[in-house]
Design a binder for this molecule. Structure first.
Ligand code: SF4
Ligand code: SF4
Length: 296
């Protein structure tokens, strides 16, 4: 019998600073008490999940993520300009007899190399980031991290997703990039359920609206976790009700918890909070089981 694929839960948000990583880290912690669990930090521009697990032990060494970028042999180039005309990212420019390759803007699609009639372009690997794995008890933490100054976050996100698929766990929790741009889309694709973390403020609701539309557009089931419930004055429950998205968890605002969280402390000794994380986890996993039952 084929093993059941791991459940993939993406934790996302319409904007940064809503408590997304806090929820992802504690959800993973709650899950690891029951199942072999992987926390995947796909917020590769600013990965900070590991900040919650300073004692986690490295497993192996960091794995470089690379893309194949073109290298120009000027002596073979006839300045025909074909390479520049096929590049959709403006990473090769041909002006008169001068051809320039901007390797940092290159997405590694290989079109220019294939299009060059003179063999003047070859491929060379360029590092865009790294993935690294750590372990803490039954919890494994896979971090994707972009190279400093690089802009190709999607290459690192996709490399981390390939890596997560190789690890034999029961539950995978992804900490996704905030917002609704390309990196966020790549991070939620392939998830069984998306948890959107939002605060009850007008600003957060505006971005939550965009995130709901993104997730709906990808066809992934979703629910909202309200962080700092009782702190802001926006009617987040009414907003979710209007849009038909369930509120699946609430983290009440608590000043001392907020202060310790800002310092990177885990709230694993906070029974009310961990029970709420356990409930949110059950909702996501039960929903997956129900959907599987419906398609059987
Ligand atoms: S490999 Fe693709 S993205 Fe990179 S320079 Fe060539 S055509 Fe442009
Ligand atoms: S396609 Fe090849 S020969 Fe033509 S400009 Fe580009 S590198 Fe030079």
């Amino acid at each position: 019998m084929k093993p059941r694929p791991a459940a993939v839960i993406a934790v996302a948000s319409g904007k940064g600073g809503t408590g997304k990583t806090t929820v992802a880290a504690h959800l993973a912690l709650a899950s690891s008490a029951l199942h072999a669990t992987l926390l995947v930090d796909l917020d590769v521009e600013a990965p900070d999940s590991m900040g919650y697990f300073p004692g986690a032990v490295p497993v192996g060494t960091a794995v470089p993520v690379t893309v194949a970028v073109p290298r120009l042999d000027e002596s073979s180039c006839t300045a025909c300009g074909h390479c520049a005309s096929v590049c959709r990212f403006g990473a090769v420019v041909a002006i008169g007899s001068v051809v320039t390759v901007d390797a940092k803007a290159c997405k590694g699609c290989g079109r220019c190399v294939s299009a060059c009639p003179s063999g003047a372009l070859s491929e060379t690997e360029m590092e865009t980031g790294k993935t690294s794995l750590h372990r803490r008890g039954r919890l494994e933490i896979l971090e994707g991290r972009m190279a400093i100054g690089d802009i190709r976050s999607v290459s690192v996100i996709e490399a981390a997703k390939r890596e997560e698929g190789r690890l034999p766990v029961v539950v995978r929790i992804r900490d996704c990039p905030p917002g609704v741009s390309c990196p966020a889309t790549h991070a939620i694709d392939g998830a069984d359920f998306v948890i959107l973390v939002a605060e009850p403020t007008a600003f957060s609701l505006h971005d939550l609206d965009a995130a709901v539309r993104l997730v709906r557009g990808r066809g992934v089931p979703s629910g909202v976790v309200v962080n700092k419930a009782g702190f802001g004055d926006a009617d987040i429950e009414g907003f979710c009700s209007d849009r038909g998205i369930p509120v699946i968890g609430r983290v009440e605002f608590n000043a001392s918890r907020a202060a310790s969280g800002a310092a990177g402390a885990l709230w694993e000794d906070d029974p009310a909070f961990m029970a709420e994380m356990g409930r949110v986890l059950s909702v996501t996993l039960d929903g997956r089981a129900e959907r599987e039952g419906e398609t059987r």
